[in-house]
Design a protein around this ligand. Sequence first.
Ligand code: TRP
Length: 340
Amino acid sequence: MSKGSTREIVVSGIRSTGILHLGNYFGAMRNYVRMQDDYNCFFFIADWHSLTTHPDTRELSESVHRVLAEYLACGLDPKKVTLYVQSDIPEIAELYLLLNMLAYKGELEKTASFKDKVRNQPDNVNAGLLTYPVLMASDILVHRAVKVPVGKDQEQHLEVARNFAHRFNHRYGLEVFPEPYAFNFGQDLLKVPSLDGAGKMSKSENQMATLYLGDDDDVIRKKVMKAKTDNGPTEPNTPMPDYIENLFLLMRLVSDNATLLHFTDAYNNASIRYGDMKKALAEDMIRFIAPIRESARELEKNKGYLHQVMKEGADKARASASATLLEVRKAMGMMYSFLP
Ligand code: TRP
């Protein structure tokens, strides 16, 4: 057997709405890149999911291309992983239909993400919004994945996916689906704080407090310099307020140890100048983001290459998905024209 067929199967996706930011990088992309050598990875762009909140498709094509370029710019190698767009895989929709028959309205209404969305868009509580977790379960189960690298906010969706896997196997008496689990290299699931000290970085909210992978150098500088601080500690070893701790957290992600140590010491002996700290952080942030941004911009211009990646990814993903659907139909006894 080849190495490829024995490696554990991994699936994860990113919605194609909004612009990717530092939180996406450290919460998702970095883990994807680390997994690409050791697992059989399927990473995709969830364009169907984005329809639940953004029914207007005019900007979809552009954002799909951009997310793909950003995936590649972050270091995902299409020779190692299967990169595709969700809507290129009709088998996902077929599985979604079948799993919907096993999904109960009550359990779907209970998910935190549904309740949030109902609050955010009371005029568009569509069935797709309610069944968002069913579609996500289909994304995962269609490849019979066991590991799903996602952020903390997705744990409840994973639980729903496990329930569907279990329910399907139980109902039709065959172990078609393994139960998938969230995966994060044994560390706590990372949250990248926003620059205003309120919550985490976001695709659509508080754009001045979020660093996007596409931000230009001067924009990065401006955002970091505007980050919330105060007059600084007046006594040594004062406990850090949240927003200051956040700056250190960001520094830990992109700066070297010497820099981090320098400002930690300065804080602890109450001699820190936040202006200096932010200047150093901004330059390190630029050193981190600029190569990704530039590489993504180059890739985005190369539509021919992006299409080739999507096409090859779709072929590989469909091969995997249709093998699962065959097992699903067999288990359900729905193969009328295939059987003698
Ligand atoms: N719901 C995920 C998010 O908002 C995106 C997603 C869709 C996903 N399908 C998935 C993630 C399957 C992992 C696996 O971030």
